[in-house]
Design a protein around this ligand. Structure first.
Ligand SMILES: N[C@@H](CCC[C@H](N)C(=O)O)C(=O)O
Length: 281
């Protein structure tokens, strides 16, 4: 196994590097942050580490700031495509373990469309976790940076704060996203979505990701935003989520079981040069 081989993929412009656990083991978290840096490293919205010595494939999801995420929707679609590319799976559905629970994946349409059963959306604040009283926070007032917002808290295995707006303004996502991510009520920080409901089958979202910042798309964010709007009764069971990077199809069944379908493309295999860390000491 090449000591520094990375595989680069994107899902709607949310890009990840994938590497085997033996490659990741060579690097500190500071070095992984450097690898994800867009100016001083290869650049990516995170690193997916393939753990292949267990019965069920497992993926670890490292954000560009070195923190570890429990789950990632685009990350899971990309990991599924990677497993298909290295011929560990075929077109049959298969399981993947994450810190945020087990999911089922299926690689379809010549490997360009991936379906993931993302598990259940949960609304109890303790699931995120969030220091909020009550069984759920649904479209409740939240004042941030002098703005009166309405927020719904959702866990998809990872934490999400979904802000419903009349008109989506991406400048506000950049401005308030980092403030919401680090509010004291979220001890593990949170991902943030601003959501405009277009109609009962369409929503439009802007995303601020925990540990990564502004991203063009996010799978777990799409699931969380659609779940929040479904819980509020504003959308039906099939929802198209439009993001700056493109669209994902979200479908609900049972008690908020969430299915996600969307594309993945491979970009490159990349060999890292050790000189990348020369100035890190
Ligand atoms: N891009 C992802 C989410 C990645 C994890 C997130 N930053 C977190 O810390 O929870 C997605 O597509 O879901």
């Amino acid at each position: 196994m090449n000591a520094s081989l990375f595989h680069r993929y994107h899902g709607l412009g949310n890009d990840y590097l994938v590497c085997h656990q033996s490659v990741a083991a060579k690097f500190t978290l500071e070095q992984i942050s450097r690898i994800c840096d867009r100016n001083y490293g290869i650049g990516s919205d995170g690193l997916l580490i393939d753990i292949d010595d267990e019965e069920v494939p497992r993926v670890r999801i490292i954000n560009p700031d070195g923190s570890e995420a429990e789950k990632s929707g685009n990350g899971l679609r990309i990991y599924a495509r990677y497993l298909f590319d290295i011929k560990r799976v075929g077109h049959e559905p298969f399981l993947v373990n994450t810190l945020g629970g087990q999911v089922s994946c299926e690689v379809t349409e010549g490997a360009h469309q991936i379906i993931v059963d993302m598990g259940q959306a949960k609304f109890t604040p303790s699931a995120l976790p969030a220091h909020v009283e009550g069984e759920a926070m649904l479209d409740q007032p939240l004042v941030v940076g002098g703005h009166d917002l309405n927020a719904t808290l959702v866990s998809m295995g990872n934490p999400h704060c979904v802000v419903r707006v009349e008109k989506l303004d991406l400048a506000l996502v950049h401005q308030l996203g980092p403030l919401i991510e680090t509010l004291a009520i979220f001890p593990k920080r949170t991902n943030v979505q601003f959501v405009e409901v277009i109609d009962r089958a369409n929503i439009s979202i802007g995303i601020w990701e925990r540990g990564a910042g502004y991203t063009l798309a996010s799978g777990s964010s799409s699931c969380a935003a659609a779940s929040a709007m479904r819980k509020l009764g504003l959308v039906d069971d099939n929802v198209t989520v439009t993001m700056p990077g493109g669209q994902l199809a979200i479908a609900f069944s049972g008690d908020f079981m969430v299915n996600m379908r969307g594309p993945v493309q491979k970009i490159a295999d990349i060999t890292l040069d050790a000189d990348c860390f020369y100035d890190l000491g």
